[in-house]
Design a protein around this ligand. Structure first.
Ligand SMILES: [Zn+2]
Length: 805
């Protein structure tokens, strides 16, 4: 009784022990699977918006190992299971029958000819790379294989297998192999191609050229034959498949957007979070290929003029998604810094910021679209901007000045708007490269004194267009966050939400009416008329565009947009070498238009934001709001803010004598005898240039002699040094540089300004003290002085060289 009791107690204890040990083993078993299973680094794979391969970067260990495939193609599943593991879908990770068969075979052959490994066991083996091939290791693999089956579906296990199998050389995984050997995705492979990939991981070295290739083909064909026998393929498919040759040497992987691929890899490497090395972008493969082709064909044109680099970016305005990104030209032979991603490189902006200033001034009521701006020689604090044409119009309407990209009116606009204010605006709307203080750039900011990235400029113009498009969508209001950079990482559409009602604002940094006016002005950007391409283009698409050329012909820009797309182009030399032919209109604009021609075009244009526009009367000659003296009036849509702009200052009421040939004053003519007339009068410096451009311009009639004397006595200015001006001698220094002679003039009015011109070239302006250094070469010259009232003093003189006299 005691014995049996003790036996029962022992059995109970034993049972408890067994349960405990089993539990421990079970727990050990459950946690035996390493997580993650694979620790290998992956290649960075960049895909377009439809998951097409755009580019890739080799993994850190020097392998082309694409990230885990999401789905293994059915053909490959059939082929790999037929070849490696016929019962894959039915066994729990280990197949006892094939183990027994393998053992029998190995004994019969007296060497190891078969491992009896299942695909699951192979996955484990691949994940434990480098472990010796011993029975103990095999046993561990079997346990882990069973464990793997508990957590992963059969399809997932196949994906792990296909993604980590070696395919010869440094090619790992079916996707890489498919691209390297066939130049296509695994989904698009034939049966012969699929079977070659199915037999390769078993002996990857067979891919290398030589006698191996015959063995590889034999192996592939045996698998095809098995597929025929098991009725996976029909006999015709089989006959065609075995006739297919093996691929030639490995192909290079697609490189549709190498600079974007590199930019993405840079961002991924800089990220602290765990990142998916398979990056889905917003690129559209077809557009990317077309833009690549446009850059390539234009490159052949540009390089003849020693312009070796060009870049282009195309983005959708609504989504801000980049659909094409060409960071540079591609030329293996020239190697002209083609690796530089010009889209992200700060370059001198040229005139590309002028439309933004135009829109900003319209928004603030500081400009009207057709208001006359001075285009005269200008010196501001030692800065004397030059027009591209080196001439002056005297006065030019603001819209024309923008369309023709005249520098001097732009500089004077910025002076009135103030550099710091414009600088802050640019920073607010997305310019990230203003690294120096505003005062450091000064007025040259509007002429390319600052650097800008093509990336930023495309983002800024896209934001402007987006804000205008959304103005009516948001019920005549603004969403400040419509201003943001472009984006090339694909986002989940469901996560994109519009602004809430409380996030909308009544005003914007650039209002809709001003943007609409600016874009309309940019349609008229002057195109060279000796080029039939431009006329042909003009009829096909409506595009707001602007070019830019940086100082020294180093950068050629073109930016263009319609309601849906923004395109930005840069051409030049990455090393900064200037070329005389390197100007926006000839180097960059043709690329811009070719790209627009390749984009879908629905003919739509921005809707006029009527809530912010007003039909106003403006002076037909000055573009200002009409004054009571303006004779000809135009009515046009202007931004409501423009009602704050002054009335026309140029139409004046003048008093003539009865002959209407002379001006008179009340001092010399009784008012009853006077004829009152309105007259269009520009300030002298503007008039001086303007009258030679516009022959309808009539200078003010002179004062009648008796009236003139009553006002001034005689000529209001006179030359006081040199007095004897007929012949003068300007000394030359020992080193050959010519000195200047300082001329001095007196003016009757104490606060008069005098504009100096030598041989019709403007020299400068003097006030109060009228002294001007004149540096004239030997020969005859003409000195012209014009004062604020339009009085002109002119004299000729001759410069003598040393020894003459
Ligand atoms: Zn007027």
């Amino acid at each position: 009784m005691k014995n049996s009791y003790s036996l029962t107690r022992h059995l109970t204890k034993l049972r408890a022990l067994i349960i405990l040990v089993s539990l421990v083993l079970l727990i050990l078993f459950w946690f035996s699977l390493p997580n993650p299973l694979f620790n290998n680094p992956y290649s960075i794979v960049v895909e377009d918006k439809n998951n097409k391969l755009v580019g890739s970067i080799i993994a850190e260990d020097g392998q082309w190992r694409f990230p885990l495939v999401e789905n293994v193609p059915d053909k490959f599943v059939t082929a790999i299971t037929q070849f490696e593991d016929k019962n894959f879908f039915y066994h729990p990770g280990v197949n006892p029958f094939s183990l027994v068969r393998a053992a029998y075979k190995n004994i019969e052959e007296r060497k190891i000819v078969s491992g009896g490994s299942t695909i699951t066991m192979q996955v484990i083996r691949l994940s434990r790379d480098g472990k010796p091939r011993t029975f103990y290791q095999k046993f561990i693999e079997m346990i882990l294989a069973v464990r793997l089956e508990l957590s992963f579906s059969k399809r997932e296990i196949l994906a792990l297998h296909a993604s980590h199998s070696p395919f010869g050389g440094n090619v790992v995984g079916i996707e890489t192999a498919s691209w390297r050997y066939f130049g296509r995705t695994p989904e698009n492979l034939s049966w012969a191609e699929t079977c070659m990939l199915a037999v390769l991981p078993n002996s990857p070295s067979l891919i290398h050229p030589g006698r191996n290739r015959t063995r590889l083909k034999a192996k592939r064909d045996r698998l095809l034959s098995k597929l025929l026998q098991s009725s996976e393929i029909d006999s015709l498919t089989y006959e065609l498949a075995i006739a297919e040759p093996l691929p030639e040497k490995p192909l290079s992987l697609p490189k549709l957007a190498p600079h974007l691929t590199f930019e993405i890899s840079k961002q991924l490497k800089g990220s602290n979070e765990e990142v998916n090395p398979r990056v889905k972008t917003t690129i559209d493969e077809a557009t990317q290929k077309r833009v690549n082709a446009v850059i390539e064909s234009n490159y052949n044109r540009l390089k003849a003029n020693h312009i070796f680099n060009a870049a282009a970016i195309v983005a959708e305005i609504k989504s801000s998604n980049v659909i094409a990104y060409v960071g540079n030209t591609d030329d293996e032979l020239n190697k002209n810094e083609n690796w530089v991603d010009v889209i992200m490189a700060p370059r001198s902006s040229g005139s590309i910021l002028k439309p933004i200033l135009f829109a900003a001034m319209l928004t603030n009521g500081e400009l009207l679209p057709k208001a006359l701006l001075p285009d005269i020689p200008t010196q501001i604090g030692g800065f004397s901007p030059q027009n591209f044409s080196l001439g002056y119009d005297g006065a030019i309407p603001a819209d024309k000045a923008l369309a023709r990209s005249i520098n001097i009116p732009a500089v004077r606009m910025l002076k009135s708007f103030r550099t710091e204010r414009f600088y802050n605006l640019l920073t607010n709307i997305g310019m990230t490269t203003l690294t120096r203080p505003a005062s450091n750039y000064g007025l040259s900011l509007i002429l390319g004194g600052a650097e800008v990235k093509l990336w930023d400029i495309a983002g800024i113009y896209a934001s402007m267009a987006r804000s205008l498009n959304n103005y009516s969508n948001y019920g005549a209001s603004y969403y400040p966050l419509d201003y943001h950079a472009l984006n090339f990482i694909k986002k989940d559409d469901a996560k994109i939400i519009g602004p809430g009602f409380d996030q909308l604002e009544d005003n914007s940094i650039l209002n809709a009416a001003s943007l609409w006016t600016t874009f309309n002005t940019m349609i008229d950007v002057e195109r060279p008329d000796d080029h039939s391409f431009w006329r042909q283009f003009a009829s096909s698409q409506k595009i707001a565009w602007k070019t830019g050329t940086s100082f020294g012909f180093r950068d050629a820009w073109a930016i263009g947009l319609n309601k849906e797309y923004v395109v930005a182009v840069w051409a030049g030399n990455a090393d900064g070498e200037g070329r005389t032919g390197l100007i926006g209109i000839t180097a960059a604009a043709p690329i811009l238009f070719e790209i627009f021609n390749s984009l879908p075009y629905n003919g739509e244009w921005f809707e006029p934001p009527y809530e912010e526009l007003v039909n106003a009367e403006v002076c037909a000659r000055s573009g200002y709001r009409v004054s009571e003296y303006c004779a000809e009036k135009d009515s046009m849509w202007i931004p409501k803010s423009g009602l704050e702009f002054p009335v026309c200052p140029y139409h004046k009421l003048i008093h003539l004598d009865s002959s209407e040939e002379y001006r008179v004053t009340a001092d010399c003519e009784p008012p009853s005898q006077m004829v009152h007339k309105t007259w269009f009068v520009l300030p002298p410096a503007m008039e001086y240039f303007y009258k030679s451009k516009d022959f309808s311009y009539k200078t003010l009639p002179p004062y009648r002699k008796d009236c003139f004397d009553a006002i001034t006595g005689s000529s209001p200015m006179d030359l006081i040094y040199p007095r004897d001006i007929d012949k003068i001698y300007i000394p030359i220094d020992l080193d050959g540089t010519q000195n200047s002679a300082v001329f001095e003039v007196a003016h009757r009015k104490a606060d008069a300004s005098i504009f100096w011109h030598l041989d019709d070239e403007y020299l400068g302006q003097t006030q109060n003290k009228h002294r001007m250094p004149i540096n004239a070469e030997k020969g005859e010259h003409k000195l012209t002085l014009v004062d604020m009232d339009g009085n002109i003093f002119e004299t000729k003189f001759e410069v003598l060289s040393e020894g003459e006299e």
